[in-house]
Design a protein around this ligand. Structure first.
Ligand code: PGA
Length: 246
């Protein structure tokens, strides 16, 4: 089974050489467990090339709600697939803040699927919930964006918007535990559910043990940062379960 799922969305934070370095680093860990990088659109093709021959999966930070046509500045899911990407991330908090709606997410998911890509869908609440056991908000996001179908290679990233980025607040472990376990109950235990938002080397092991792994921003953007998270995931329950099974 190996260590938990570990991925990073690099947003618009990394230039070309920093992206290339991170791909090399992530690639070297890709036999430990699922490893995923979501890179800037101009670097997708070269990142796919660098990851070739390894288990590292490369994805795009979104796609157009259209597949082809007069849509200047947008990126078609077909073109993302053409350069060899595995998946498209849809619904990141920063895209929602930029105005994307659930209908937009649904159109992106449809297009990703039409292009043969998997989907990494981010779901999360805008502010801390008074009743974390009530995941009907997350359920609605999954149902509407995915049209009720979660494909085999798809990933659900539970990312509370209020926990993300420089101004994010690290959530209590018990809060995340409740949310992800309820979400898993709704979507089925076979679906991969990971947690993202203020993950760092100190909390990564514990948070990964609550679900299938961690989706990390700032803390994973350098090779040193990436390796620190890898160390934090070593000895996780996932790995122990894998060993017991072996
Ligand atoms: P963060 O970002 O780890 O820097 O909080 C997480 C994300 O945006 O997915």
């Amino acid at each position: 089974m190996g260590t938990p799922w570990f991925g990073s969305n690099v947003k618009m934070a990394l230039d070309r050489s920093a992206t290339a370095e991170l791909v090399e680093c992530a690639r070297s860990f890709s036999e430990r467990g699922p490893r995923v990088l979501v890179v800037s659109a101009p670097f997708l093709a070269e990142s796919v090339e660098s990851a070739r021959g390894s288990a590292l999966r490369i994805g795009a930070q979104g796609c157009s709600t259209e597949l082809r046509g007069p849509f200047t500045g947008q990126v078609s899911a077909w073109d993302i697939a053409a350069v060899g990407c595995d998946f498209v991330m849809v619904g990141h908090a920063e895209r929602i803040a930029a105005g994307e709606t659930l209908d937009d997410l649904a159109a992106q998911v449809r297009n990703a699927r039409a292009a043969g890509l998997s989907v990494l869908l981010c779901v999360g609440e805008l502010s801390e919930s008074d009743d974390p056991t009530d995941v009907s908000d997350l359920d609605e996001q999954v149902t509407r964006a995915m049209d009720g179908v979660i494909g085999e290679g798809d990933i659900l990233a539970y990312e509370p918007h209020w926990a993300i980025g420089e101004n994010g607040r690290e959530p209590a472990v018990a809060y995340v535990a409740t949310r992800v376990s309820r979400l898993k109950e709704r979507v089925g235990s076979g679906c991969t559910v990971v947690y993202g938002g203020s993950v760092n080397p100190r909390n990564a092991g514990e948070l990964a043990n609550l679900c299938d792994g961690v989706f990390v921003g700032r803390s994973a953007w350098t090779p040193d940062g990436w390796r620190s998270i890898e160390r934090a995931l070593t000895g996780s329950n996932h790995e122990m379960v894998g060993r017991e099974k072996a």
